[in-house]
Design a protein around this ligand. Sequence first.
Ligand SMILES: CC(C)(COP(=O)(O)OP(=O)(O)OC[C@H]1O[C@@H](n2cnc3c(N)ncnc32)[C@H](O)[C@@H]1OP(=O)(O)O)[C@@H](O)C(=O)NCCC(=O)NCCS
Length: 409
Amino acid sequence: MTFRDYDAQRDLDSVKRIWRECGWIDDDDEAAFLEDFFAAGNTLVATIDGEAECSVHCTPGTIAYQEETLDLGAVTAVTTSHISRKLGFARQLTAQALARQAEAGMAVSALGMFDQGFYDKVGFGTGAYEHMVHFDPANLKVDNGFRPPKRLTTKNFPEIYTAMLGRRKGHGAVCLTEPRLMKAELNWTVKPFGLGYYDGPGGTLSHFIWGEMKGEHGPYSITWRAYQNNEQLFELLALIKSLGDQVNSIHTLEFGELQLQDLLKQPFRHNRATAKGLNEQSIRAVAYWQARILNLESCLASTHLPGPGVSMNLVLEDPVSEHLPDSSNWRGLSGNYIVKLGPESEVKPGEDKSLPTLKASINAFSRLWLGVRPASSLMITDRLAAEPDLIKSLDAVFHLPRPHLGWDF
Ligand SMILES: CC(C)(COP(=O)(O)OP(=O)(O)OC[C@H]1O[C@@H](n2cnc3c(N)ncnc32)[C@H](O)[C@@H]1OP(=O)(O)O)[C@@H](O)C(=O)NCCC(=O)NCCS
């Protein structure tokens, strides 16, 4: 068994086999786009008899923290073949990928999880609830007009990618810096549809929706969307509404900062009327992504919180160290720190006996820092503890909007 960097010539066929075994691709047409996927970002593989049997693929990007932008390492695909499950490959390779990200200067890492618990072991904490909205487009309460859109196909992937980068970004918004990943993702869309408008500088794509159709009446799914301002958002919503004569339901991740229910007619009545059916109208909350801090200094230097602020000792535990090889220079973030939070925040190693102390896992501290949950909530369900006065101060200082990545990976 060896852990090494992915080599396209040697490993592409093995990686295709792993993805087939995981059920992520079914046929040669889908497999063709793995070349693009793995040419983007970087990948570690674990081998048995020289064949790659587990792979961890990462992609660089950025994450918005309020008005600041931090370097992000996204963990974009973790897969183990049928013959190498439960050997610890996936966990160890993920830990090594995190060390690489930290050494490359990434401040934060993030991923979409298959389930909760696995990535907790390398320091990830669960992100905020996202809302999956299932609605009848005819029930949208928008009365503005819309123009005939342009049709988008997979060939438009560079424009779609650029529009995603230029979209309106709230707290937590992620951008990945690899267009070929988007090319693969769009090509894996079953029965795709894309509609958009070219109002950007020089006639570039400014706002669009992309997703999957199903039958004559749906449900349709919107999987990618971008807009830069409220006018564009409402034009997209009116466009979606225009499908309502034919399509009974649309599934979408709530559009970031909106409460989409505000724009739905009689949501409870329609939920009752459609319950348990193919076109059930509902709003489901699910926390499906995770994140962790890789570089405390960078994250705290980008933290600007109102009020007089809080100073404290931070005793941090980082479980990733258990899964790193002895040769890794990066050992995770376990340690004792002095943290100042406020309009200008900072962290330095050490302990100040005059200050109160917060004890936390990196998982829980990352959630606190991102604004997923307040300290008073995390102390109940996660590994975070402090005297009540400090918890109260942390609740007062961490008043952040709920983070949304807005980019699925
Ligand atoms: C997810 C996947 C990569 C894990 O592979 P694996 O070979 O089981 O992983 P490892 O051997 O490194 O780790 C297994 C350990 O994780 C634990 N584990 C798995 N899921 C867990 C969970 N939800 N919570 C806690 N622990 C979990 C196992 O119990 C096992 O623990 P042990 O080592 O103490 O026995 C593999 O199941 C896979 O390829 N699945 C299909 C593709 C996929 O969903 N990938 C993840 C995308 S986010």
